[in-house]
Design a protein around this ligand. Structure first.
Ligand SMILES: *Cc1c(COP(=O)(O)O)cnc(C)c1O
Length: 359
């Protein structure tokens, strides 16, 4: 029996979540965001399972090329675009669409002698202040892109929200208003909504929605779980008990001796640690699911192990399965306990973890 952590990936749940996106945004096409190894779920397997998506988006060109190498033929959008003119023939040869968010990219497109045309998404900064052109530059960029022989007619227009996960935030309304005003006389397809906006800002859906986190069954809202949005968790991260032992009242456990037994109890040692991607900052009391109940983390997370308080009358045995997150235990709760967000937990999973795909 394996004593390594296992990430089971439920592809049927993934497909359910995509159907949920479609139900929430029935008039939009779906640009499924698969950056960072599909949020730690496995880029190629996730793409292969999302047959019902209209297109895929990744952050970087190597992610897009990995999808092409695996035989994925759907349109792929590079969310950060390209960095040098030398990449343009690679984009064309691999049917990659590019975001344009700065002058360098625009002039590279104007000057290239590319033997074909690229699909372009023009990114406007409406308040995130990360990537995107200023609203005041919009008309000029728009006109220059239309005149560009390397650009396919029909530019798509996009922006990104900074606070869509705060329901009722004025920032989102302001960003929406800036965007709507800019594009008011344009007939082009638009895209604004990430998972949070798909769920909380239906007026932002436009022609293309861009779900990432919610496809994996997870809520983008800090105090909610995917279940509350009728999403199904896709990943189930589990490992096994590798030691069960008694500790006396007053004994401490783990590095720093930072957890102390208040009463005599049974301690379980589980084969997962920060070397696998379990968060080192998970605090005492972080829940772990084992044999049908939740038990609290007791003591610091080590590289290969965690320790849990199984309770005084525990019957758990060596080799029993422990679930770190999954259908039994919402990853959103673990993120809160570790002072982070589910996105980071997923991205931090290391190659030591075995992946199993269930269809
Ligand atoms: C990551 C990303 C998304 C998806 O965000 P989620 O919160 O995971 O749904 C959408 N658009 C852009 C530009 C992104 O970078």
């Amino acid at each position: 029996m394996s004593r390594r952590p296992v990430a089971q990936i439920n592809l049927a749940a993934l497909q359910h979540n995509l159907a949920r996106v479609r139900a929430l945004a029935p008039s939009s096409q779906v640009l499924a965001v698969l950056k960072a190894n599909a949020y730690g779920h496995g880029l190629v397997r996730v793409a292969q399972a999302l047959t019902d998506a209209d297109a895929f988006a990744v952050a970087r060109i190597d992610e897009a090329l990995a999808l092409r190498t695996a035989g994925i033929v759907k349109p792929i959008v590079l969310l950060e675009g390209f960095y040098e003119a030398a990449e343009l023939p690679i984009l064309l040869a691999n049917n990659l669409q590019t975001v344009v968010h700065n002058e360098l990219q625009l002039s590279a497109l104007e000057q290239t002698s590319l033997d074909g045309q690229l699909k372009v998404w023009l990114k406007i900064d409406t308040g995130m202040h990360r990537l995107g052109i200023e609203p005041a530059q919009f008309e000029l960029f728009y006109r220059r892109l239309w005149q560009c022989s390397a650009v396919l007619p029909g530019i798509r227009l996009m922006s990104h929200f900074c606070c869509a996960d705060e329901r009722g935030s004025e920032r989102t309304s302001q960003q929406l208003a800036i965007f709507s005003e800019l594009i008011r006389d344009k007939a082009d397809q638009c895209s604004l909504a990430n998972s949070a906006a798909i769920l909380a800002w239906p007026q932002s859906h436009g022609e293309w929605v861009r779900p990432g986190l919610m496809l994996h069954g997870i809520s983008p809202f800090a105090e909610q779980t995917g279940q509350q949005h009728q999403l199904l968790p896709v990943m189930r991260l589990s490992s096994r008990l590798i030691a069960v032992r008694q500790v006396q009242q007053g004994e401490t456990v783990g590095y720093g001796g930072q957890w102390q037994a208040k009463i005599p109890t049974t301690l379980g040692v589980i084969a997962v640690g920060y070397g696998d991607g379990y968060p080192r900052h998970a605090c005492n009391g972080t829940p772990v699911w084992i044999n049908g109940r939740e038990v609290p983390l007791a003591g610091r997370v080590s590289m290969d192990m965690i320790t849990v308080d199984l309770g005084p009358n525990a019957h758990d045995k060596l080799g029993d399965e422990a679930v770190l997150w999954g259908p039994e235990l919402a990853i959103e709760r673990i993120a809160l306990s570790a002072g982070t967000i589910p996105y980071e937990l997923l991205c931090n999973i290391t190659p030591r973890v075995d992946y199993q795909y269930l269809s």
